[in-house]
Design a protein around this ligand. Structure first.
Ligand SMILES: Cc1cc2nc3c(=O)[nH]c(=O)nc-3n(C[C@H](O)[C@H](O)[C@H](O)COP(=O)(O)OP(=O)(O)OC[C@H]3O[C@@H](n4cnc5c(N)ncnc54)[C@H](O)[C@@H]3O)c2cc1C
Length: 399
């Protein structure tokens, strides 16, 4: 019997498997894809995510930082070329970890490299979970069944396992679509270690970030209230042409970046989330990451909070004593925090696409940034509980 089974080898499932190993537990991950090569463009890892990764395995954050590109400054502009906000990123000084952009595939490779060979079983789409008196029976699309003591559903925003237990928790569409890509564009205007977010009064946004070695990560967003077809389902060349047409009046560097990105490498995503759930546990099954608390990417916290879940859940699963108590304590710590981040992401995401977004930013900059700083302190100062326990233990040993 598999003791702990994890469904999904996304950032959340991989980080949990890494974290469990420091307690001597080797779980098996079941992943529907054939391998980890699937492209996802890039994501941003923040201090709370990096601190959580270090709690999953000492030194892991440094590996992610070395494989990614730290961000040293952020610029906000409008699409007429006017800059209205420019600021150095001071996260390293304030929170002890930087803000880092990293390729999706690289991030997963760094995490997977911590695991022994054979930890991930590919081509295994979990279709159903049935709880028995002695364990959980997992049913896979290829006809295989696997019995486990405990199952962690890390199968993402569309989680079948979440919807099996909470049928009303289907992803809800925010009215916005996003397209992302990485392209080689060694031109001087993409300053090293800088991210630039360009907004407009037409409900469109465009972000660029230096990825090092002349590569630029870009992300385009647009209001699309009633999409007739999902852009993920449309041919890649059509999606690229659609995007070029939508941003036609934005000029360079936007059109050059979109046009130079191989069409089949442009990732299109409907921006969705779910309302916070009251519980993530159902008997011997626990949800984590996007399966538990899907959020819009406005704060870039989806994977970061999945890393927080990973170190905390590993700690709870490995705890001595009554497992029901430790899992209840885990939910009590995690659900309020991620609910706040889900709600704030939803509100901030909607505001970023408002047609008066720039005016709103200018008029309320003072008040907003003050609130924003308090929120960021709370967000990025996340302290993993095993780090707190170790600190308490060292203190006890010292006195
Ligand atoms: C436009 C956009 C930008 C984003 N930017 C950021 C960012 O900057 N920073 C950040 O932290 N987050 C960002 N996110 C969010 C981030 O991508 C997710 O929150 C994160 O990937 C969640 O990780 P996860 O492991 O929970 O789920 P996922 O990454 O979705 O992984 C789930 C895994 O489960 C597998 N799977 C699914 N169903 C099954 C099944 N039935 N059986 C077996 N395997 C299955 C999938 O193949 C996948 O490998 C962004 C998201 C979007 C859409």
């Amino acid at each position: 019997m598999t003791k702990i089974a994890i469904i999904g080898a996304g950032p959340g499932g991989l980080a949990l498997a890494v974290a469990l190993r420091q307690y001597g537990i080797t779980p098996i991950i079941f992943e529907r894809a054939r391998d980890l090569s699937q492209s996802g463009s890039a994501i941003t890892v923040f201090p709370n995510g990096l601190r959580a990764l270090d709690a999953c395995a000492a030194g892991l954050a440094a590996q992610v930082m070395a494989a990614g590109q730290p961000v040293h400054s952020v610029t906000l502009r409008n699409n007429l070329g006017q800059t209205f906000f420019e600021s150095p990123v001071t996260m390293q000084a304030r929170y002890g970890y930087p803000m880092v952009n990293i390729r999706w595939a690289t991030l997963r490779a760094v995490l997977a490299a911590q695991l022994p060979l054979g930890s991930i079983r590919f081509g295994m789409t979990c279709e159903q979970l049935r709880q028995t008196e002695h364990g959980v029976m997992l049913h896979f699309a290829n006809g295989e069944t696997v019995m486990a003591d405990f199952v962690v559903a890390a199968d993402g925003i569309g989680s079948q396992l979440r919807q099996q237990f909470y049928p009303a928790s289907k992803p809800r569409y925010s009215g916005r679509f996003s397209w992302r890509g990485i392209v080689h564009m060694p031109r001087g205007e993409f300053r090293a270690h800088r991210s630039v977010i360009t907004t407009s009064d037409t409900g469109k946004t465009f972000m660029t970030a230096d990825m090092g070695d002349g590569f630029v990560y870009w992300s385009a967003g647009m209001l699309l209230p009633n999409p007739t077809t999902a852009p993920e389902a449309t041919p890649a060349e059509f999606a690229q042409q659609h995007l070029l047409a939508a941003f036609a009046d934005w000029g360079e560097p936007v059109l050059g970046l979109i046009g130079a990105t191989p069409a089949d490498e442009i990732i299109a995503r409907a921006i969705c989330d779910c309302a916070p759930l009251p519980t993530w546990r159902n008997g011997r099954m626990m949800l984590m990451g996007d399966a538990a608390h899907p959020m819009t990417p406005a704060l870039g916290q989806g994977a970061n909070t999945a890393f927080e879940d990973a170190c905390e859940l590993a700690d709870a699963l490995a705890a001595d004593g009554d497992q029901d108590d430790s899992l209840a304590a885990y939910e009590a710590r995690r659900i309020p925090r991620t609910s706040i981040i889900q709600v704030r992401s939803s509100a901030q995401g909607a505001r970023a696409y408002e047609t008066n977004h720039e005016q709103h930013l200018r008029e309320s900059a003072d008040k907003m940034w003050r609130n924003q700083h308090e929120f960021e302190d709370w967000l990025y100062q996340f302290q993993p509980s095993n780090a707190l326990k170790q600190a308490a233990q060292s203190f006890i040993e010292a006195v």
